[in-house]
Design a protein around this ligand. Sequence first.
Ligand SMILES: Nc1ncnc2c1ncn2[C@@H]1O[C@H](COP(=O)(O)OP(=O)(O)O)[C@@H](O)[C@H]1O
Ligand SMILES: [Mg+2]
Length: 327
Amino acid sequence: MSPLPSQPLLSVKNLKKHYATKFSLFGRATRVVKAVDGISFDILKGETLSLVGESGCGKSTVGKTIIGLLQPTSGEIELGGARIDNLSPDAFRAQRKRIQIVFQDPFSSLDPRMRVRDILAEPIHNFGLARNAADLKSRVDDLLDVVRLPKDAASRFPHEFSGGQRQRIGIARALAAEPDLIVCDEAVSALDVSVKAQVVNLLQDLKDRFGLALLFISHDLAIVDHITDRVAVMYLGKIVEVAPRGPLFENPLHPYTQALLSAVPTPTPGRKTSRTVLRGDLPSPANPPPGCNFHTRCPLAFDRCSRETPVLRSTGPDQMAACHLID
Ligand SMILES: Nc1ncnc2c1ncn2[C@@H]1O[C@H](COP(=O)(O)OP(=O)(O)O)[C@@H](O)[C@H]1O
Ligand SMILES: [Mg+2]
């Protein structure tokens, strides 16, 4: 593998997204869900970063904030060194082309009344990428070819395809904009095991072929093993560990990462196999525990953990974890 350039493509700095869900008579927020509560990470050009964690920990909120569907509560998002979180709608449009998203459910994200040809033509048209009608047609054909769908798919409707094929259409639509980064939000989670592997392989090929960066969001740590360069583990709105794939899977440092990994069914030989079983449910992000927000479920928690919030600190090359045990 060629070395990755050091200038980050995407840089997320101390991002917070809080949802006010209840208000007093005078409009003051009385219940605030801290869905994303101060996270920072970079994605390099051509890199795959996986964002993993249990359902409800804030992954989709991160994805939606990055693509501009949600406004951050605070923090900064930079693309190629320039802020994109505070742009006017017009200025954002130009940047929007560079980041595309593939959602979990291709049924609800593809307009059932549109033929595949028109679904793919829409971003090409919106971003002014085709020189003329012939170019548009050849771009649509190429996209179908790239995601390995037959040419005649162009004249069909989404419901005529299987789940895996629909997800290929969703990927083709994302590629149509010629992005630098694709956010894949649980893009393979709803697919059958064998189809899942095919779509992951496709994403891997596209990434190599087009030098794409991916933010691969998944609650399933097993699937990211096949595709990722680095992994960021989220718990209740915060990143608790970031590491390259190898160290994360072979030597996870945070007890939460260890717990997630011990739930992965087929451990690779040489990997730590001690089982860490999590107690209890994910606490509410509207009322996170004090100190380390994982302490209520951590098998290794001691008194400091309920008093003091651990910060994410460097523990080795490229590896960081937020845990008092690592001090
Ligand atoms: N629009 C919203 N309004 C209020 N709360 C929300 C909203 N969207 C998400 N949440 C809450 O924010 C938290 C994180 O949600 P989400 O980002 O979807 O997590 P994940 O993708 O990891 O499952 C959850 O507690 C969820 O219920
Ligand atoms: Mg989600």
